[in-house]
Design a binder for this molecule. Structure first.
Ligand code: WTA
Length: 656
């Protein structure tokens, strides 16, 4: 038994199951679990601190505070640090616009811009601790504003540019943000998305907002409300050249990022400054083996956690050169990405299984037109990668030369948790397996009762001790924090994922065990979709389920019961699709809608989701495992038959 902070740690280490000894990894992993505080203190010393910590970890389950008493600044780590060295003239960001424009920012340019932006925010009265909402396309101004917020201690909340006004307003109201930073428009597949118009609509629903800063991207005219709306250009004209970075307490929030859970309301996941940066700085080095000369491209949207950690904070904290691409992957032609890799000489390429499957469909002749020989390492994130997609990626993009790091993590974990770590030591890869936990990550697969399972048995993925990147809480909702992560298995972090370890101890992540879907890598809660559907006046009740999709991983299937006397129709179907897009955004578009007279429920009123899933997939109820639902096999079968009849009775399936 070991101790960590104030708690005792029990259970086996995941090293015990390993067959291949990996010298460096094993040594480091063992050390990280034997004396975690010492291990993380060593890692933390790689960053620059204004004041060192008094305590590495204060662990009062379920609350972990890292590097307590320490002070540092995230913007300083990512920018100022580098301009003090030769890296001042190194490329920080290669930006590629959808229309083909290029902007190259050196670290000294980034330093200049970040300071001016920070000064503009300060002059508007933004102070340490204030929440600032960023609703921007993938343009350099987005990371610059994130860093500018971090510089002055403001807490940014980035809102994905594909979200609707209502989804934005929910986030603004939850954070009580006073300021939105947006752009006139965003280019998407050659069309313009009117971001400012959407932000205006959201601001009307959000009483806390009193200023909107508009960045010019498309140049189209947009309505400007006097006194409230401000042009970035004019603010920068007045801005100072230098703003002193604010020494921030390690435990101070760096940002809030919303993600879906099992209730209708998205969760505002908080990330701290010190723990988050230390964890990401280390994980990035272990996983991507970043070198000074690397050109690194992560294709995620900055609006998701991958963008926060793996585009902005981790790479820039290493002084890496990153590529930032604004547009759609297959626009104007389906080789746009391969063209970008060739153009910038990308060496590390990090993307999603959905994107890989989409490009597989387009065919290998597209990457074949380009010289991809600069690539050294490939990465995948966001959903399980099927072996076929893995092989295609390995062969046609990596030229059978580049290892693939399949990285498992979550918005809540802050950084990559389970992944090959060639930066420590290369290990034999298995297509579809995220392999092993990174140092300090005590991952395990447990039964419904919380017992660690033998190899080869499917169970729940948990993390048995805190790590520095772990979320310190849900904004404004401590109960939900406890309930979502720490109540399923007391004292242990519950991921919400199913996993299995194979005979060699490798971890295979099998997808979500809770009511969360992953559609093209985007996380959506069934409750969120259902809330949106029942806000349609004809809908009495709705249930959402996922069906496997060959490209997107999962697709949304909606089951709807209409109010008494209302008959299913094409109009209602269309309105429902519109309703979901309006409440959440285009990612929430259902693939299929079934009208049904009733929904299958357990005695306690829980929807029997596996029945919905079976119907969505056109299957019979097969293997009834004890991991799901609380009903008996007989009840499930009966409910399945009943649902089939109820759908027939209500007019049947209505494909979109
Ligand atoms: C899933 C994304 C399998 C998983 C960084 C997790 C994965 C959820 C992988 C978090 C992977 C992420 N293999 N599944 N390599 N990476 N997931 O918060 O279900 O958007 O719980 O964070 O994505 O999604 P989120």
């Amino acid at each position: 038994m070991q101790t960590l902070g104030d708690a005792e740690i029990t259970g086996r280490s995941s090293l015990e199951h390993r067959v291949w000894p990996h010298k460096r990894y094993d040594e480091m992993y063992r050390r990280s679990l034997e004396d975690p505080e010492r291990f993380w203190a060593e890692e933390a010393r790689r960053l620059d601190w204004y004041e060192t910590w008094d305590r590495v970890l204060q662990w009062q389950p379920p609350y972990a505070s890292w590097f307590v008493g320490g002070k540092l600044n995230a913007c300083y780590q990512c920018v100022d640090r580098h301009v003090k060295t030769w890296r001042k003239s190194k490329v920080a960001i290669y930006w590629e616009g959808e229309l083909g424009e290029t902007r190259v920012l050196s670290y000294s340019t980034l330093f200049r811009e970040v300071n001016r932006f920070a000064s503009a925010l300060q002059k508007l009265g933004v102070e340490k601790g204030d929440r600032v909402a960023l609703y921007l396309p993938m343009i350099p101004e987005l990371p610059i504003f994130m860093l500018a917020c971090a510089r002055i201690g403001a807490v940014h909340t980035v809102i994905f540019s594909g979200f609707s006004a209502k989804a934005i307003a929910d986030r603004l109201n939850d954070t009580q943000a006073k300021l939105i930073i947006t752009a006139d428009g965003a280019y998407r597949r050659g069309k313009i998305l009117p971001l400012k118009g959407i932000a205006d609509e959201a601001a009307d629903l959000s009483p806390s907002v009193d200023k909107i800063i508009v960045v010019r991207r498309t140049g189209q005219p947009v309505p400007m409300t006097e006194k409230r709306d401000l042009e970035l250009g004019s603010l920068l004209d007045e801005a100072d050249k230098f703003v002193k970075p604010e020494p921030m307490e390690s435990t101070h929030p760096l940002y809030i990022l919303y993600t879906s859970g099992t209730t209708g309301k998205p969760k505002g996941v908080i990330h701290s400054t010190g723990g988050y940066l230390v964890y990401n700085h280390s994980a990035y080095k272990w996983v991507f083996n970043i070198k000074e000369e690397s050109v690194y491209w992560c294709t995620a949207d900055v609006g998701w956690v991958t963008g926060h950690s793996s585009i902005v904070y981790a790479p820039l904290s290493h002084g890496a050169a990153i590529v930032l691409y604004e547009g759609a992957p297959d626009y104007p032609a389906v080789d746009r990405w391969w063209d970008i890799i060739e153009k910038y000489g990308v060496t590390i390429f990090y993307t999603s299984p959905t994107a890989i499957r989409m490009f597989m469909r387009y065919g290998e002749e597209w990457p074949a037109k380009h010289d991809l020989s600069t690539l050294e390492l490939l990465g995948s994130v966001g959903e399980p990668i099927n072996p076929e997609a893995w092989q295609w990626f390995y062969k046609y993009i990596g030229g059978e030369r580049c290892p693939i790091v399949d990285t498992w993590w979550q918005t809540e974990t802050g950084g990559i948790m389970i992944s090959p770590s060639p930066g420590i030591e290369p290990i034999p890869l298995k297509p579809g397996s995220a392999t092993f936990p990174l140092p300090g990550i005590d991952a395990a697969v447990v039964s419904a009762e919380g017992e660690e399972l033998p190899l080869g048995q499917k169970g729940y993925l948990v993390i048995r001790r805190p790590w520095p990147g772990m979320l310190p809480g849900i904004y404004g909702d401590p109960e939900r924090y406890k309930e979502s992560y720490w109540s399923r298995f007391p004292g242990v972090y519950y991921t919400g994922d199913f996993a299995i370890r194979d005979e060699d101890g490798y971890f295979w992540i099998l997808g979500r065990a809770d009511e969360v879907l992953k559609v093209a890598g985007h996380r959506l809660g069934t409750a969120e979709l259902e809330d949106a559907a029942v806000s349609h006046p004809a809908v009495a009740e709705a249930a959402a389920a996922a069906k496997p999709d060959p490209v997107k991983g999962e697709a949304i299937v909606l089951f709807v019961t209409l109010k008494e006397g209302i008959a299913p129709s094409d109009t209602i179907k269309k309105e429902l699709v519109a309703q979901l897009r309006k409440s959440i955004g285009p990612v929430a578009t259902p693939e299929e809608i079934y009208f049904t007279r009733s929904l299958p429920k357990t005695r306690s009123g829980k929807i029997m989701r596996r029945i919905l899933k079976a119907i969505a997939m056109g299957q019979e109820i097969g293997d009834v495992t004890t991991l799901e639902d609380e009903a008996s096999v007989e009840e499930v079968k009966k409910a399945h038959e009943a649902l089939k009849e109820a759908i027939e009775g209500a007019g049947g399936k209505a494909a979109r």
